[in-house]
Ligand binder design. Sequence first.
Ligand SMILES: [Zn+2]
Length: 95
Amino acid sequence: MPKILNDEDVIVKVEYSGGEFPARKDRPLPLGHEFSGIVHEVGNKSIFKKGQKVVVDPNRACNLCNFCRGGNYQYCLRAGINSTIGIWNDGGWAQ
Ligand SMILES: [Zn+2]
């Protein structure tokens, strides 16, 4: 079971995860870049509440670069599509 490490962390109990073909053949990992669930645990500064239904955005963003500021965080050079959950990191099926 994952643990809260940072005040803004959220742990989601996955209720639904889409299926897809593996994007990477060099490092198999749990799939599921589209998933939703129920908030199970939150950090002290999280804007989410336990029991809340959520849909997870699989892309990460720095929220500082021009792409992020323009709402195109999928192109973020520090995160973006190169950090997508279920493609580059364990996906919704990891639960
Ligand atoms: Zn960015």
